[in-house]
Design a protein around this ligand. Structure first.
Ligand code: NAD
Ligand code: LMR
Length: 340
């Protein structure tokens, strides 16, 4: 085992100083889609994480350059680069956590579901690789449409006999990060003091911010709560429009994914009380997959926190999201069970 020197025992993100401490760096983390808009800054943030022993970068193109560049950073995670399908086995073998931002992003005018035709196949192939080469890894899925790609991965794992719903997590952390940022602005409070649960799914009206449960309390007029809800739901589109054809959120997503990975790794390492929102197989509602607040433990999702009492606005938004989320889930399941 190799121990992290005290000088590098905190992350550049300052994600959570008590999460890793002087624990040995022991995890292999694979990023699939590592040369992309999200993959590169995500890999940069992870390179400094004290719990990561090996940062395994995989892409169909361009991985060596990103890997060479990152490997010159004076932190201890060893960077390995893997390019092309033939190297997927080496990229994945022995991984404890696999993060997937592989796939195409939106252009203005597109919905996330418009990405299904390309990204569904990419996620299916990568999930098949995970089932073969690191079947007990935790999997964080970023590729859109998350509402469908997580059910796709679940079906692949079920077929392979490796499915453990506790370890398959759709990353909705960016919705929480955005909600925290916008509510902090509205309240005039430091962002670090604000925490807003966001549940449901990760597309338009399926994103359900629970502003009534914000900490500290967001005592704002109803019209402002409505406007904040809509801004959180449309925040991805806000970035897509501003990037004007050059993709979607990458930097804020990399930040959110790194924080989420940090939570997964520290729970894996035995830290208690790690709570995150994520999109997982769920029995909290009648939807088979649903994002909600989860307590993470060493084996993955340990407990589902209750949804709590919803405000009238939230209850009405919840009833509006059900049909869309249900059909996105079914679309993902059908893709694997019936074929494209
Ligand atoms: P990008 O095009 O910049 O990067 C994607 C990378 O994936 C590229 O480097 C590409 O070569 C790689 N790739 C393509 N096919 C692959 C395969 N079969 N195996 C491995 N790698 C492959 O896109 P981006 O901006 O990084 O976005 C990636 C995905 O993340 C998109 O689907 C986007 O919609 C999604 N996204 C999700 C969230 C979220 O909150 N969950 C936020 C932002 C973006
Ligand atoms: C986001 O929320 O930023 C991502 O899902 C990317 C997108 O297409 O909006």
């Amino acid at each position: 085992a190799h121990f992290v020197p005290a000088a590098s025992a905190s992350s550049v993100l300052e994600l959570d100083p008590c999460s890793a401490g002087t624990d040995p760096a022991r995890f292999k983390v694979a990023v699939l889609g590592a040369a992309g808009g999200i993959g590169q800054p995500l890999a940069l943030l992870l390179k400094s994480h004290p719990l990561i022993k090996e940062l395994s970068l995989y892409d169909v193109v361009g991985t060596e350059g990103v890997g060479a560049d990152l490997s010159h950073i004076d932190t201890d995670a060893v960077v390995t680069s893997h390019v092309g399908a033939d190297s997927l086995s080496a990229a994945l073998y022995g991984s404890h956590l696999v993060i997937i931002p592989a796939g195409v992003p939106r252009k203005p005018g597109m919905t996330r579901d418009d990405l299904f035709n390309i990204n569904a196949g990419i996620v299916k192939t990568l999930a098949e690789g995970i089932a073969k080469f690191c079947p007990t890894a935790w999997v964080n899925i970023i590729s859109n449409p998350v509402n469908s790609t997580v059910p796709i991965a679940a079906e692949v794992f079920k077929r392979a006999g490796t499915y453990d719903p506790r370890r398959l997590l759709g990353v909705t952390k960016l919705d929480v990060v955005r909600a925290n940022a916008f509510v902090a602005q509205a309240l005039g409070r430091p962002a670090a003091d604000v925490s807003v649960p966001v549940v449901g799914g990760h597309a338009g009206i399926t994103i359900l911010p629970l502003l009534s449960q914000a900490q500290p309390r967001a005592n704002l007029p109803a019209a402002q709560l409505q406007a904040l809800t809509e801004r959180i739901q449309d925040a991805g589109t806000e970035v897509v429009k501003a990037k004007a054809g050059k993709g979607s959120a990458t930097l804020s997503m990399a930040y959110a994914a790194a924080k989420f990975a940090e939570s997964c790794l520290s729970a894996m390492a035995g830290r208690a009380g790690v709570v995150e929102c994520a999109y997982v197989e769920s029995h909290l509602t009648d939807l088979a997959f649903f994002a909600s607040q989860l307590r993470l433990g060493p084996d993955g999702v340990q407990d589902f926190l209750p949804l709590g009492v919803l405000s009238d606005l939230e209850a009405s938004n919840f009833s509006k999201l059900k049909t869309e989320l249900q059909s996105s889930i079914q679309k993902g399941i059908d893709f694997v069970q019936k074929g494209p």
